[in-house]
Design a protein around this ligand. Structure first.
Ligand code: LER
Ligand code: MN
Length: 271
């Protein structure tokens, strides 16, 4: 299991769970020195110089890229489940370009907030039909490039579709598409305690995990039993990233250190 942190290429707006804002030498040095092995990357424009430099710098520091997150596009109103065809098409175009960029750093791409919310008067089936039609378009780009697409269940205060990991398992099976899950324990804490049973069922589809406490801070800073989650994943031989996709508050260094302390303690325990 590989510990990692979230970082944004652009200046992260308040409320975006990027532990570090901007891919600078000093941030990457801190991440590396604290023993993290990679990052999840908030990306908006795959063509910008900032993005190209960020990918280059991550390679220099030998930090892996777990998942690239296009959440900023959702903030601009783009979503893959939109009823408005031009919005849906534009979302497919821009996320398609992010997938192409991600293939240069061996990451995966998240289809989390960018799926969007369903209209009040429509059924979930109607929404999911449009969303999975968009995913099918994106798979035509991602599959030849070997970039897995992961769906993140997100709590209902942020979005009204696929709030639970268990719903995500069912939706993926029904779609029949080769899509995977990115589980986030912060959302799981709000939506489906106890987590272990759900994780157990979803494990064959889970490719990535945001390991975040109940208050969206580092493991050990809130109320979720993440030691139990860690021990379970270790026992199940999960080999992916455990990413601190957390709020920086005003002190990202402190939170990064708290996360590193948690991982050190857990690694020592299971040697
Ligand atoms: C959304 O709340 C979330 O957890 C992030 O992964 C952003 O995409
Ligand atoms: Mn997340």
């Amino acid at each position: 299991m590989k510990p990692s942190v979230s970082i944004s290429i652009f200046e992260a707006p308040v409320g975006m769970p990027a532990l570090f804002s901007r891919v600078t030498d000093s941030h990457l040095k801190t991440i590396k020195d604290l023993g993290y092995e990679g990052v999840d990357l908030f990306m908006d424009n795959p063509h910008s110089n900032e993005t190209k430099e960020a990918i280059q710098k991550l390679k220099e520091y030998e930090l892996g890229v777990g998942v690239v997150m296009p959440a900023a596009l959702a903030r601009q109103g783009l979503c893959l489940g939109s009823k408005e065809e031009d919005i849906r098409k534009e979302a497919i175009k821009q996320i398609g370009e992010i997938i192409e960029c991600t293939s240069s750093c061996q990451g995966m791409v998240s289809l989390g907030l960018v799926r969007g919310s369903k209209e009040e008067e429509e059924t979930m089936e109607e929404f999911l039909k449009r969303y999975f039609a968009s995913c099918e378009e994106l798979l035509k780009i991602s599959e030849p490039l070997g970039v897995p697409l992961v769906i993140e269940p997100i709590n209902k205060l942020e979005i009204n579709t696929i709030n639970k990991v268990s719903e995500c398992v069912e939706a993926i099976h029904q779609s029949g598409l080769p899509l995977y899950i990115m589980a986030d324990t912060y959302h799981m804490f709000l939506e489906e305690e106890p987590m272990i049973e759900t994780l157990q069922e979803a494990l064959p589809l889970i490719k990535h995990i945001h390991l975040v406490d109940s208050n969206r801070l580092a493991p050990g800073m809130g109320e979720a039993n993440l030691k139990e989650v860690y021990r379970f994943l270790k026992k199940e031989n999960y080999k992916g990233y455990l990413c601190l996709e957390v709020n920086p508050l005003n002190d990202p260094m402190h939170i990064a250190k708290e996360g590193a302390k948690f991982f050190k303690e857990m690694q020592d325990e299971t040697v």
